[in-house]
Design a protein around this ligand. Structure first.
Ligand code: SF4
Length: 594
C-alpha cells in the first residue's frame, strides 16, 4: 500500500497502516482472495500448531526494546492482529501497542494472529484488535468466535473480556463495526493507550468500577478519546431513513468524543525486526506524521493533523542507529516524507560511505521534491522506482482537490527521476473527483504522453483509483461518481497505446470502500451476512437485498451527495482535528473551482 503523496490517502489511511505491508483499501486482487483462502486454512489449524508456529516466529524476532516480566496479578491482555503473523508483525501500529504492553509489569500480554498465537490465558481481562484494513473485520469476528466471545458487544457479560479496537479503520469511522466493540480508542495511541490502561487498572483494583461491565464501560467513557459505542443512541427517520440524532444514553457520557492527538517530538519506530515480516527485516521509522498539503479528499492529512516532524538530532538519528544495529534495511515512513524540514540532512546522513550497505525504502515523496540529487541518492541505496501522486493531468482538477502542483513540476519530476538513474516512476491518479469532466480525463492522457516523451527510458506506470469519500475530510459529503468505471476504461485504452503501464483500482471495490467509509451502525448486521457470502461487491448487494426495508439502499451510502447543513453524519459525535465549519469552508473553496 502506498502512503500519501503516493497516498492519495483515500487509499492510504494513516501511517501506521502503511507499515502494515497491506493496504487499507484498494483493489481486491486474486492475490487477496488467495490470501483469504490461506487465512481460512490457517484458522483450521489446531491450537497446538498455532502456538508452535508462534514459537517459531518468536525465535526469529530481534527485539528493539527491553520487555519487562509481568508481575503476579497483572492485567491479562490478548492483543490481536486480524490477519496472519507476517502481515501483523509488519504493522508499526501493532508493534507499538504490543511493546507498550510488554514494557509494563502490571500487564501480561499475549499475541494473537490468525495463523499463530501465544498460549492463551484462562480468562483474559482485555482483548484488543489493531484494525488497519476494512475487510479484516471478518477475521475479527472469526477470532472472537474461536475465543468463545460473543460477536456482538451487547451479548457479552461480566465473564467476558472487554473488547477494544484501534487503528486507522476505526479512527476514521468506527460506526459500521460499532456493534462488535466494547471500546474504540480514537486517535494517536501514544498517550491514549496509557490513559486507557491506567484507568482500567484503577477500576479493576477498585473491583470493576463498582461491579458490573456496564459500570466499567461508563467509567472508561470518561477518558478522553475512549469511545464506547453502546453508550450512544442513534435515531433514524424510519428504518431506511437518514440519522436524525446521536445522543449519549447516560448522563456523564460525553456528548462527543475528541480524537486524541500526540504532540511529542519522538514519532514511531519499529520495536521488532524479523525475516518473517512482509518486508523482510525492515526497520521502520516515522519521519513525519500527517501532511500539511491538505488535499481535500485526503484522510492521511485531515485525520491526523497537525503536521508533525521528528527532529534529526535526539530523535531520528538515534532511532536509525538502533535499527541499523540489527538490520541493514530501513524504511522511512510518513505521508509526505520529503517535506521534513531536515530531509536533505537526513539523506546525507543515510548515504555516507560507511552506510553504503543500507537499503533504503521511502513511503512516499512529493512530486516537486524529486531532484536529480534525490533520485541519485535513492538509486545508490537500492531504490529502483519511486511513487508520486499527481491525482490528475488537469490543472482544474488539481485546483479542486487543492493539489498544489503544476504540470511543469510533474514534467520536471519525471525528467529528474530519469537523470538521477531511477528505472521507474509510478504516478498515482484519480478519476471521479467531484467536479471532474470528460475533458479533464483527456488532460491526463495528454500529460502522460508528454511525460513519455520527456523520459523515454523510464518505466512509467499510472496507478489510478476512483474517488472515495472519507470521513473527516472536506469531500466527505460527496458520493462516488457513476462515471468512474467508464473513465478508468478510457484511460486504460488510451495509455496502452502510449507505452504507459496502467494499473486501475477496481471501481467495484471503490464502492465497497465508500460504503464502509460512510456507513452507520445499521451496517453491522449487514456485515454479518456479507461474511457468510464472501467479500465481493455481489455479496454486499445480495445482503442489501436480503435486508431490504431494514436499512437504506446501498447507493445512499456510496453515491448520494449529502448536504452539510442538514445531514447528521454517522461520525458526527466523533470529532476529528478540524471542526465541521472548517471542513465546510474548505469544501466551498473547492467548489469555486468546479
Ligand atoms: S494531503 Fe499530502 S499526503 Fe495527502 S494526497 Fe495531498 S500531498 Fe499526499
Amino acid at each position: 500500500m502506498r502512503t500519501s503523496c503516493g497516498a492519495t490517502a483515500q487509499r492510504c489511511a494513516v501511517v501506521v497502516a502503511a507499515a502494515g505491508g497491506k493496504r487499507s483499501g484498494g483493489k481486491r486482487s486474486s492475490g487477496a482472495r488467495e490470501k483469504q483462502q490461506q487465512q481460512k486454512q490457517a484458522q483450521k489449524q489446531t491450537p497446538r500448531s498455532k502456538t508452535s508456529h508462534m514459537s517459531e516466529c518468536k525465535a526469529d524476532e530481534i527485539l528493539c526494546f527491553d520487555p519487562v516480566p509481568a508481575a503476579r496479578g497483572a492485567l491479562q491482555v490478548l492483543y490481536a492482529y486480524p490477519n496472519d503473523y507476517s502481515v501483523g508483525i509488519t504493522s508499526l501500529g501493532f508493534q507499538l501497542v504490543w511493546a507498550f504492553f510488554e514494557t509494563r509489569a502490571d500487564v501480561a500480554v499475549h499475541r494473537y494472529f490468525t495463523d499463530a498465537h501465544d498460549p492463551l490465558p484462562a480468562s483474559p481481562d482485555l482483548l484488543g484488535f489493531s484494525f488497519a484494513w476494512e475487510l479484516d473485520y471478518a477475521n475479527i469476528l472469526s477470532m472472537l468466535e474461536q475465543l468463545g466471545i460473543p460477536i456482538l458487544a451487547a451479548e457479552r457479560g461480566d465473564q467476558h473480556p472487554l473488547v477494544f479496537g484501534g487503528g486507522p479503520v476505526l479512527t476514521a469511522n468506527p460506526e459500521p463495526y460499532a456493534d462488535f466493540f466494547d471500546v474504540v480508542l480514537l486517535g494517536d495511541g501514544e498517550e491514549l493507550l496509557a490513559a486507557f490502561t491506567e484507568r482500567l487498572l484503577e477500576l479493576k483494583q477498585q473491583g470493576g468500577g463498582g461491579g458490573s461491565r456496564q459500570e466499567l464501560l461508563l467509567a472508561l467513557a470518561a477518558v478522553p478519546g475512549v469511545y464506547v459505542p453502546q453508550l450512544y443512541r442513534v435515531e433514524y427517520e424510519g428504518p431506511t431513513g437518514p440519522i436524525t440524532s446521536i445522543t449519549p444514553t447516560h448522563t456523564g457520557v460525553p456528548l462527543a468524543v475528541q480524537k486524541q492527538t500526540y504532540r511529542g517530538n519522538t514519532l514511531a519506530s519499529s520495536t521488532v525486526v524479523s525475516k518473517r515480516m512482509a518486508w523482510e527485516n525492515i526497520y521502520m521509522t516515522e519521519v513525519v506524521r500527517s501532511c500539511p498539503e491538505m488535499c481535500r479528499f485526503c484522510l492521511a492529512s485531515y485525520l491526523t493533523l497537525p503536521f508533525r516532524t521528528a527532529p534529526l538530532e535526539g530523535s531520528l538519528i538515534p532511532s536509525l542507529e538502533r535499527g541499523l544495529a540489527v538490520t541493514d534495511r530501513v524504511g522511512l515512513l510518513g505521508a509526505s516524507v520529503t517535506q521534513h524540514p531536515e530531509f536533505p540532512e537526513l539523506l546525507t546522513w543515510l548515504t555516507q560511505p560507511q552506510r553504503s550497505h543500507v537499503r533504503l525504502s521511502i513511503a512516499s515523496v512529493r512530486t516537486n521534491t524529486v531532484t536529480p540529487q534525490l533520485a541519485a541518492a535513492l538509486s545508490s541505496r537500492g531504490t529502483r522506482s519511486l511513487t508520486v501522486a499527481v491525482e490528475s493531468g488537469s490543472q482544474r482538477v488539481r485546483d479542486i482537490v487543492n493539489k498544489k502542483l503544476s504540470t511543469e513540476e510533474i514534467v520536471a519530476c519525471v525528467g529528474n527521476a530519469q537523470d538521477g538513474g531511477l528505472e521507474g516512476l509510478k504516478l498515482y491518479g484519480m478519476v471521479g473527483v467531484p467536479g471532474e469532466e470528460e475533458q479533464d480525463v483527456d488532460a491526463t492522457i495528454d500529460m502522460m504522453q508528454q511525460l513519455r516523451k520527456t523520459a523515454p527510458k523510464l518505466r512509467l506506470t499510472l496507478g489510478c483509483s476512483t474517488f472515495v469519500p472519507k470521513a473527516h475530510t472536506p469531500f466527505q459529503w460527496y458520493g462516488v461518481s457513476p462515471q468512474g468505471a467508464s473513465r478508468l476504461q478510457r484511460l486504460d485504452k488510451a495509455l496502452g497505446k502510449l507505452g504507459v503501464e496502467f494499473r486501475p483500482e477496481s471501481y467495484k471495490w471503490s464502492l465497497v470502500q465508500a460504503l464502509l467509509s460512510r456507513g452507520d451502525r445499521r451496517l453491522s448486521g449487514l456485515l454479518l451476512l456479507v461474511r457468510e457470502y464472501g467479500d465481493s461487491l455481489g455479496s454486499f448487494r445480495r445482503a442489501f437485498k436480503e435486508m431490504e426495508g431494514e436499512l437504506p439502499p446501498m447507493d445512499y451510502y456510496t453515491s448520494a451527495t449529502y448536504q452539510p447543513d442538514t445531514t447528521v453524519l454517522p461520525w458526527g459525535h466523533l470529532h476529528g482535528p478540524l471542526p465541521q465549519a472548517t471542513l465546510v469552508k474548505h469544501l466551498q473553496e473547492a467548489q469555486q473551482h468546479m
